[in-house]
Ligand binder design. Structure first.
Ligand code: F6P
Length: 553
């Protein structure tokens, strides 16, 4: 791989330079000014797909900004890159693989060549799920399963957990699902007492089948079953695996007919649509799983067929480029005003930050411009009583995605409250309150002139803070699928502009390697000063402290 320090093309392109110049001219323009200048701005700077309304008007974007961003997209050959993704070209170049999560939801109709294979795995997963739901597949004592425990982490946990928690009303009452990710034994320990060994099914979800957390938890689960008197032979009846490493699952004792394949062309954070979705298929039912896939497929179609000016993921992806590279915003808050979508920020953290946290181009050149974005957030309205203070009055500008539903997903009156709070927050962030307004208000409320003078600056809100509002038509499996695919494609758009590989995650490997080394040092009977001396002095001192303070064995 080249180590040539030549800067990559995109930031030297005329389109990039034009955006830089344009950003400078727009620097002093406020959102209030943009709205005052164009009464149609709200409807003009919005777009919709079949089930999502996307308002991006509360952002420093003009028609010219969009035109320049589309030029940038053309410079980066975005249209070709979208076709490459769906055609199964090796867009994951460091692993020489395609990224075909879209084939998993194509209903066998895609053009990548793996669509039939994807449909056949989906069929197997759905059949198995249905048999568990019906009680035809049972535990070792012949009782139907009452608890399923997903053992997986990262992409093998976050997507199924989000989807399962989003639709509690669709859960089969006879089966409870649990998710255990952490290597911290307290995670699994909190779940096991709620389960009975003879009616518990463990799903080992791991594409690689080499993830320490998942394998540790799977082995603990086996021990738990064994200690409950389930024979070695019968333990396999309490396990199923979703993995790309069949031999690893067999070695753990999982029956071959209970191993559902996750192909290497599916990235972990894009794997909800694969056999990794098994917990969803069992808990919510195969039909619901298919609705989630259908919603994602609809967004795929929208992404492929809609002109950029109305294409939700393209608009969102380009807007993010605008934010990061031309307005210097470093993070994005994702605020679902839907309690049932409270896991969404966690899910998007992995999707966005593992995909785009890169500093080399696909060809291995250093990237001289910022990429990636810190994603954070939590459910509304809770955040209003905590971190919104910083969003409203802090010194850093953080763009926000407000997400809620057009039709009530909860009690009608509570939905109205959510909607009004959501709209109020984006309005307050945009409009703010001037010192003069605050001063006037204080006087009206009875403050003395000197009090009003003192407090007005504290009560003033700068405003001019950008946010998007995404309105799902309704909270349904179908719209969740669309929403997640929307973010996946926005990520892809950003990666194409930056010329980075969104589908590998080499960085995380280093921590895993060092973790193994430190585990061995930590567990050595004696503090090994020779090996400690090879470490940095911080790690070495911490290890020595831990060794010296541990109780004698
Ligand atoms: O460590 C990062 C990662 O590889 C993610 O990309 C992945 O989703 C997660 O770990 C779990 O991996 P696996 O499914 O192979 O256990």
């Amino acid at each position: 791989m080249s180590t040539d320090p030549t800067p990559p093309q995109i930031d030297t392109s005329p389109a990039w330079k034009a955006l830089q110049r344009h950003a400078e001219t727009l620097q002093q323009t406020t959102l209030n000014q943009l709205f005052a200048a164009n009464p149609q701005r709200g409807s003009q700077f919005s777009a919709r797909s079949s089930n999502i309304y996307f308002d991006y008007s509360k952002d420093h974007l003009t028609e010219q900004t969009l035109a320049l961003l589309f030029d940038l997209a053309d410079t980066a050959n975005l249209t070709t890159a979208i076709n490459d993704l769906f055609d199964g070209k090796p867009v994951n170049n460091t692993e020489n693989r395609p990224a075909l999560h879209t084939a998993l939801r194509s209903g066998g109709q895609g053009k990548s060549g793996v669509d039939q294979e994807a449909s056949s795995v989906l069929k197997q997963v759905c059949e198995f799920a249905e048999q568990v739901r019906q009680g035809t597949i049972r535990g070792s004592t012949g009782k139907p399963f009452e608890n399923i425990v997903n053992l997986g982490i990262g992409g093998s946990d976050l997507g199924p957990r989000l989807a399962v928690e989003a639709f509690p009303e669709l859960h089969l009452p006879s089966i409870h699902s649990h998710f255990v990710a952490n290597i911290d034994s307290d995670d699994l320990s909190a779940v096991l007492p709620r389960c009975s060994p003879d009616t518990t099914l463990f799903i080992v979800s791991s594409k690689s089948f080499s993830t320490l957390e998942t394998l540790t938890n799977a082995n603990t689960a086996k021990t738990w079953l064994r200690e409950a008197g389930i024979t070695e032979q019968d333990i396999a009846r309490h396990f199923v695996a979703a993995t790309g490493h069949r031999a690893g699952a067999v070695a753990l004792g999982i029956s071959p007919e209970r191993i559902f394949p996750v192909e290497d062309w599916v990235g972990g954070r894009f794997s909800l649509w694969s056999a990794i979705g098994l917990p969803l298929a069992i808990t919510l039912g195969p039909e619901v799983f298919k609705q989630v896939l259908g919603g994602a497929q609809e967004m795929d179609k929208h992404f492929c067929e809609t002109p950029f000016a109305r294409n939700l993921p393209v608009l969102h992806g380009l807007q993010t480029i605008w934010h990061i590279n031309f307005r210097d915003y470093k993070s994005r808050a994702v605020l679902p005003y839907v309690h049932k979508l409270r896991r969404l920020p966690d899910y998007l953290q992995q999707l966005v930050m593992e995909s785009l946290g890169k500093s080399t181009t696909k060809e291995g050149l250093n990237i001289p411009y910022p990429t990636g974005q810190v994603i954070w957030g939590s459910e509304g309205t809770n955040g209003q009583h905590s971190f919104h203070q910083l969003l409203l009055q802090g010194t850093e500008t953080t763009p926000i995605d407000f997400i809620t539903t057009r039709t009530a997903h909860c009690e009608a009156s509570s939905h109205q409250q959510l909607l009004s709070n959501c709209l109020a927050q984006s309005k307050a962030l945009m409009q703010g309150k001037s010192i003069a307004q605050a001063h006037e208000e204080l006087l009206t409320k009875g403050a003395s002139e000197s009090q009003a003078q003192l407090l007005a600056r504290h009560h003033a809100v700068p405003g001019n803070r950008p946010s998007n509002t995404l309105l799902l038509d309704e909270l349904k499996p179908h719209s969740l699928g669309s929403l997640l695919a929307f973010y996946e494609h926005s990520v892809y758009v950003q990666s194409v502009i930056w010329n980075i590989n969104a589908f590998d995650q080499w960085g995380v490997e280093l921590g895993k390697e060092m973790g193994t080394e430190l585990f061995s040092l930590l567990n050595a009977p004696e503090s090994d000063s020779a090996r400690h001396n090879q470490l940095d002095s911080s790690t070495s001192a911490l290890l020595a402290y831990l060794h010296n303070s541990r109780p004698p064995r």
